[in-house]
Write a protein that binds this ligand. Structure first.
Ligand code: FES
Length: 187
């Protein structure tokens, strides 16, 4: 039996654009997982016929629809090119149903996880099983156990809470009208 965990709702994922949570894998390691809207309206592109003809009782009418059919997919929050988070803590960049890697710009199909462009071309994101029932999204993947909402850091596992992000406060400098040309090569 699959011990499913309620995560959020399809509506919330769609409204926010993405939804991040942290789970523990079978080794107890924390893994960030990204929920994204999948608006795939039933174009089953790869129809590879299953050639295992042993005991395929092909009457597997699943009781509950898959997450993709219900509008949400889940992927490990890590680019396939380098160990780069797709969602760095403030939502994944999405465009035209694709997740954009913030480092080198490769785009992954939100429904299939496949990338056909850029540095991550011809790779697929690591899939995580989720299910949807009556608009609620559940983690159904036996390989993962829900830990907390948000990034790994949001779980309070780090030492200090609000560390400085290195982001400067805008509009605090003395002169903002002229571009200071110190150490700036013009031409
Ligand atoms: S790290 Fe994502 S495309 Fe390079």
């Amino acid at each position: 039996m699959t011990d499913r965990t309620h995560l959020t709702t399809v509506e919330e994922v769609r409204d926010a654009g993405s939804w991040l949570f942290t789970a523990r894998d079978q080794y107890g390691e924390q893994e960030e997982i990204l929920l994204v809207p999948c608006e795939n309206s039933g174009d089953s592109d790869d129809s590879d016929d299953s050639d295992d003809s042993d005991d395929s009782d092909d009457s597997d009418s699943a009781a509950e629809p898959s997450a993709a059919e219900s509008g949400v997919e889940a992927w490990v929050n890590r680019c396939t090119h380098e160990a780069q988070k797709l969602d760095r803590g403030f939502g994944a960049a999405m465009r035209d149903g694709q997740i954009i890697c913030p480092k080198h710009g490769s785009m992954f199909d939100a429904c299939s996880g496949y990338c056909d462009n850029g540095d991550a071309a011809d790779t697929t994101l690591v899939s995580v099983e989720v299910g949807v029932e009556e608009g609620a999204v559940y983690l159904t993947d036996d390989s993962y156990e829900f830990d907390h909402e948000g990034s790994v850091e949001d779980g309070g596992g780090d030492d200090s809470g609000d560390a400085d992000d290195g982001e400067r406060d805008s509009g605090e400098d003395d002169d903002d009208d002229m571009p200071s040309s110190t150490s700036h090569i013009g031409f």
